[in-house]
Design a protein around this ligand. Structure first.
Ligand code: IPD
Ligand code: CA
Ligand code: CA
Length: 270
């Protein structure tokens, strides 16, 4: 195990304990929009992670969702942190959220951790070394058709063309008789669910780097695929995520891929 993975795992677990302790007890604020929330748990968890990393690697760059910084993903050594992925769930006392921490060197993620403090499930991966849940190796599912699949999705804080496109893709997938659609509210956990075979695929058209940096590595190390939503490889600059077990990739892309030259359906809300 590389030292950075140990630090990421310790940091995620420390933050996870804080979040769990604060569930149902903290003030909730809106980030400009009434449906983009932030809580005292988000900021407390991020502070805890950053303070901890700084004690071990004081020189490293930090890109955390709740802290302004000049760090770029291409910098030499960067920690990419989502201190609470699933804030809307947390704010509504729905016990499904996670802490996500990735460590990258010059834009390449070397290791990642996604911790669900409510289930005590810790998903980890090391580039080229494999993926695990609580220390046990994980693999993507072996389902080879969409009609035998459960597919996760998410809807970004946008109620225009991206939302409409997501709803259209859900309609297409359900019309193809997939076994189920899930919108769990934590992108990082959605990716881990693909990695361990609970989901066969997951897509979301707009995400931030801290939502997927750790989870994308965990999926790939578990044998799955994770690309941008048009099927391209943009690494940490992806605008969203299109992920699956590899076996259903083409079929799922036909229903839910978003090629660059393809425009979103336009509705009254767009
Ligand atoms: C959100 C969650 C959600 C996804 C949103 C993300 P946050 O992150 O991952 O599942 O649909 O796009 O922004 O705001 O809870 O950290
Ligand atoms: Ca997030
Ligand atoms: Ca967050």
């Amino acid at each position: 195990m590389i030292r950075e993975l140990e630090i990421a795992e310790n940091g995620a677990k420390k933050a996870g304990q804080i979040i769990k302790m604060l569930l149902g007890k903290v003030r909730i604020s809106e980030k400009g929009l009434n449906y983009n929330l932030v809580t005292e748990a988000d900021t407390a968890a991020e502070k805890c992670i950053i303070d901890y990393i700084r004690t071990v690697y004081p020189e490293d760059g930090i890109l955390g969702e709740e802290t302004a910084s000049n760090t770029k993903v291409e910098d030499n050594r960067v920690w990419i942190i989502d201190p609470l992925d699933g804030t809307t769930n947390f704010a509504h006392n729905i016990p499904h959220f996670s802490v996500s921490i990735a460590f990258a060197e010059k834009g390449i993620v070397r290791c990642g951790v996604v911790f669900n403090p409510m289930y005590d499930e810790c998903f980890t991966a090391v580039a080229g070394g494999g993926a695990w849940c609580n220390g046990e190796p994980i693999r993507v599912s072996t389902v080879s058709t969409c009609s035998r699949s459960v597919i996760g999705t998410g809807i970004y804080y946008e109620r225009g063309p991206i939302m409409l496109r997501t709803l259209d893709s859900i309609r297409k997938l359900l019309s193809a008789n997939i076994q189920g659609i899930r919108r769990t509210g934590s992108a990082a956990l959605d990716l881990c669910y693909v990695a361990c075979g609970r989901f066969d695929g997951y897509f979301e058209y707009r995400l931030s780097v801290w939502d997927f940096a750790a989870g994308a590595l965990i999926v790939r190390e578990a044998g799955g695929t994770c690309t941008d939503t048009d099927g391209g490889e943009r690494g940490l600059h992806s605008k969203g995520v299109f992920s699956n077990n590899g076996l259903i990739h083409e079929e799922m892309f036909g229903f839910a891929g978003w090629p660059d030259d393809d425009s979103a359906p336009v509705g009254p809300e767009a």
